[in-house]
Ligand binder design. Sequence first.
Ligand SMILES: Nc1ncnc2c1ncn2[C@@H]1O[C@H](COP(=O)(O)OP(=O)(O)OP(=O)(O)O)[C@@H](O)[C@H]1O
Ligand SMILES: [Mg+2]
Length: 230
Amino acid sequence: MAPVVQTINLHKTYMLGKVPVNALRGVDLEIESGDFVAIVGPSGSGKSTLLNLIGALDRPTEGKVIIDGVDVSTLNDDELAELRRRIGFVFQFFNLIPRLTASENVELPLAIAGVKKRQRKEKTSELLKAVGLSERAGHNPTELSGGEQQRVAIARALANEPRFLLLDEPTGNIDSKTADMLILLLRKLNEERGVTIIMITHDLNIAKQAKRIVRILDGRIIEETSNIAT
Ligand SMILES: Nc1ncnc2c1ncn2[C@@H]1O[C@H](COP(=O)(O)OP(=O)(O)OP(=O)(O)O)[C@@H](O)[C@H]1O
Ligand SMILES: [Mg+2]
């Protein structure tokens, strides 16, 4: 089976005025369906740049991103938008819509995708249950803790049954105990629902809960390890 995500000789150079910044310098990565990959590395090593390219949010300077066998660079704007709807994004700052309740936040992508109201409600409550937040469905983001907000963000990212989840420092703004619970949730989603997960973290204890750790330094992969212990 083709990998869900493949990057080939991925380079990204940003121009800061006239100064080139080589954020990625030849990244080859393959992610299979059902994988749970943690990307680790120091600040500035290129992690978010890599995630943005895998999420088709940005274009590489050189090299390719292939998703489900399709070279992303061949897609037009409509096809790119359609592809992004099949990817679940979760960011460090939860990015929930403040005026909507937890359940409305989760429902939103379903509404955008044109899912009928009754199915939307069913799917939303199933997802809130999966992340352990049925009791908080009616809360606004300001009425939720950081960890709860992040779980809503995960439920929302799962709404359209994405091919994979992309998480950029999902535990960056929550305390370590809450982070441990969140990582257990991600493991459960990976193991029980087969959700493919690609997660950036600077926290090694969090990374150790993934199936694979990819270590990045100065825009290159310097090490890949499998976690046998998990
Ligand atoms: N839009 C941009 N323009 C210019 N340089 C950029 C831009 N975005 C990122 N960079 C530079 O590219 C390099 C990689 O940045 P990136 O955001 O991918 O790092 P990171 O590994 O995610 O770091 P952190 O752990 O701090 O989030 C850094 O040196 C950064 O300064
Ligand atoms: Mg980053």
